[in-house]
Design a protein around this ligand. Structure first.
Ligand code: NAD
Length: 462
């Protein structure tokens, strides 16, 4: 059975290589037509997609549009800019290279593999695919087996609309992923956890395949005393509890200045009540935990520290209330791994140096949030910490700007995408020098006798 699957995947890759070698995907009008087809397929299936995401995560419609179906906007943005991104770009040449010219040609990589996670199961498959299509690649897609309903709808969309020799979606679990990873690709784009990211990179290394790893981590949210407490609280509560905290860039833990701690926590409590009512279990706007395994992992964190908001659970419905936990020790289990759920631990600091060192003692996060009106402190945070991205006085919203590359640094990932960065991620920038036969300076050719002084002068080494 395993051997059969391997043959199947190597045949699929082979078919895609043949399709790629026809050169069709190099044509910009072909890429635009495929992006339009993708958009059309999403629009025609938007209800089925929404139903599937709802079945997987009980996500409210508003969030399905905001965080999943919005990808059609990225398609429009890409179609608008693709011609200028794909254009060969002339660069300056030094005088001694006269009369040659130098040009960068973006070219597609070939056949790429995209592996996606379950937390935004539609968006995180389609968003990288937009870049892969725009850059002129063939692609094999492997959605998460955990968000099964969305995986099925995605499979249906691709089977009906795309030739598998061009874009193929392969459903399956870890085993399928592992079998696919044995094949040689021209790029692997992986979104998921840091540990699996290491497995993907190891498999890719065997073929010297470049990887983009969109990973996770503990994204801190630091709140300075000089802030607008009410707005800060609202933006933090929204960023943390949207999708029930199952967001790679959710504020993972709160670092709050001791002077405003009480006021901020009171304000966050009020926001949770405003968003989800007295009993969030009854709110139509609150998502559930994806499965029992993650429910149990998260429920175990509720033993750490002192619960000041929420804490209620319902195992049968994979429900964990929006929860805030105070007096959490830095050694507690909840501070050892990415939470990826609706639990916000609170740590108090006395001065910013202390907060910065707590952040810098941990692996570099995917996002960092800092709330402060003080410009010097904002600059200090930017200078003294490293993270994939930063929002000053907000959470999450940086991913909504296509001009900002989205990706991690250190343990939170390798490479980036969104907007033009997606196009670049799936392209090779081919450097080309074009010379003519008009002039042929003899300086570079042997014999070198009598030429060294002139060379030194050109190089500025005399
Ligand atoms: P995961 O790493 O468990 O799974 C992701 C994908 O990898 C799935 O398709 C799965 O089938 C496959 N996979 C799992 N184990 C594998 C193995 N041993 N070998 C090969 N493939 C394997 O991640 P998840 O639980 O689906 O998602 C949660 C993680 O993803 C969190 O850490 C989160 O921060 C991260 N994430 C990151 C981003 C980002 O953009 N940086 C976005 C969403 C989620």
């Amino acid at each position: 059975m395993k051997a059969q699957v391997e043959v199947k995947f190597s045949q699929l890759v082979q078919q895609q290589r043949q399709f790629f070698s026809t050169g069709n995907t190099k044509d910009i009008s072909f890429r635009i037509a495929q992006l339009q087809l993708l958009k059309q397929a999403i629009l025609e299936n938007k209800q089925a997609i929404a139903n599937a995401v709802k079945a997987d995560l009980k996500k409210p419609d508003f969030e399905i549009y905001l965080t999943e179906l919005y990808v059609v906007k990225e398609i429009d943005y890409t179609i608008k800019h693709i011609k200028s991104w794909a254009k060969a770009k002339k660069v300056a040449t030094p005088l001694e290279q006269f009369p040659s010219s130098a040009i960068i040609y973006p070219e597609p990589l070939g056949v790429v593999l995209i592996i996606s996670p379950w937390n935004y199961p539609f968006n995180l498959m389609i968003l990288p695919l937009i870049g892969a299509i725009a850059a002129g690649n063939c692609a094999i897609l492997k959605p998460s087996e955990i968000s099964l309903h969305t995986s099925k709808v995605l499979a249906d969309i691709f089977q009906k609309n795309f030739d598998p020799a061009y874009i193929a979606l392969v459903e399956g679990g870890v085993e399928t992923s592992q079998q696919l990873l044995k094949e040689k690709f021209d790029r692997i784009f992986f979104t998921g956890g840091t540990n699996v990211g290491k497995i993907v990179m190891e498999a890719a290394a065997k073929h010297l395949t470049p990887v983009t790893l969109e990973l996770g981590g503990k994204s801190p949210c630091i709140v300075d005393a000089d802030t607008q407490i009410e707005i800060a609280a609202r933006r933090i509560a929204w960023g943390k509890f949207i999708n029930a905290g199952q967001t790679c860039i959710a504020p993972d833990y709160l670092l709050v200045n001791h002077n405003i701690k009480k006021d901020l926590l009171d304000a966050i409590k009020k926001c949770i009540q405003e968003f989800y009512g007295d009993d969030p279990a009854k709110s139509p706007d609150y998502t559930r935990i994806i499965n029992k395994k993650h429910f149990s992992r998260l429920a175990a964190f509720l033993k750490d520290g002192e619960i000041i908001v929420g804490g209620e659970t319902d195992a049968e419905n994979n429900y964990i209330a929006p929860t805030v936990i105070d007096n959490v020790s830095l050694d507690a289990p909840i501070m050892q791994e990415e939470i990826f759920g609706p639990i916000l631990p609170v740590i108090t600091y006395n001065d910013l140096t202390e907060a910065i060192s707590i952040v810098n003692d941990r692996p570099k996060p995917l996002a960092l949030y800092f709330f402060s009106k003080n410009k010097d402190r904002q600059e200090r945070i930017l200078r003294e910490t490293s993270s994939g991205g930063v929002c000053i006085n907000d959470t999450i919203m940086h991913i909504g700007i296509p001009e900002l590359p989205f990706g991690g640094v250190g343990d939170s990932g390798i490479g980036a995408y969104h907007g033009k960065t997606s196009f670049d991620t799936f392209s090779h920038q081919k450097s080309v020098l074009k010379n003519s036969f008009l002039v042929d300076m003899k300086l570079r050719y042997a014999p070198y006798q009598g030429k060294l002084n002139l060379l030194k002068r050109i190089l500025g080494l005399k």
